[in-house]
Design a protein. Sequence first.
Length: 224
Amino acid sequence: MHRPLLIAPSVLSANFTRLGEAVALVEAGGADLIHVDVMDGHFVPNLTIGPPVVKALKRVATVPLDVHLMIDNAEATVGWYLAAGADMVVVHVEACHHLHRIVQTIHEAGAKAGVALNPGTAVSAIQGIIGDVDVVLVMSVDPGFGGQAFIASTLGRIRDITAMARAKGVQPRIAVDGGIDEHTASQVVDAGADMLIAGSAVFCGEDPAAAVQALRTAASATLV
Ligand code: DX5
Ligand code: ZN
C-alpha cells in the first residue's frame, strides 16, 4: 500500500522577483508543499534566502513550507525558521553535531522534522536518527545549486534507506532532491521514494503548474 506521493517544488529556480506568483502557480498544479532552500555560503557554496523570505512565503502559501537548511550550526538559527512559519524543517546530518536535540526542537515547535544526507555520506550516518524523523531527504546532487545532473548511484541509496526503515519498523517519508524530472521521478519512486523535490524541472519551463502535474503522472506510473 503506497502513501500518496508528495511533490514539493523548489522555489530556488523560480523568479525571485515574483515568488508569490510562483507559489500560486505550483499550488494550482497540485503541489503538496513548497520547498525552500536556505544556503549559507559555508556548508554549501551559495547564498540564498533566510527567515524574512520564509516569513513572506508563509503569508502567501496555502500548502505547508518545507524548509531545507543547508547551513552550518543549524542549532543556532533553527528557531528563526520555525518562528518564520516553517511547517517542516530538514537539517543535514553532516552539519549537525546534536541531531536528536535539533529534531526535538523542531518537533516541540509543532513542525515536522527531516534529516538530509549528501551523495557522499554513508547511508549508515542516519541509522541512529531514522526512527525519530518524519522525512529522510536523500540528496541526488551535491547541494548548492539548482539544475545539476542527477547522480545515478542515488537509486541504490534510496533502496538501502528504504530497507533500513523497514528493518527498524519505521516509515519516514523518503524525499529526493536534485535533478528530478519526469525521467528520474519514476526511477526514484520505483526505488522507494515518496516525496519529490524539483526546481528547474518545474520553474524553468513555460508552465510550472503543468510541470507539477507531469511529474506526478510520470512518478505515479510506477506505482500501479
Ligand atoms: C540543491 C537544492 C535543491 C534544488 C533542486 O542544493 O537543495 O532543492 O533546488 O534543483 P533542481 O531540481 O534543479 O536540481
Ligand atoms: Zn533542497
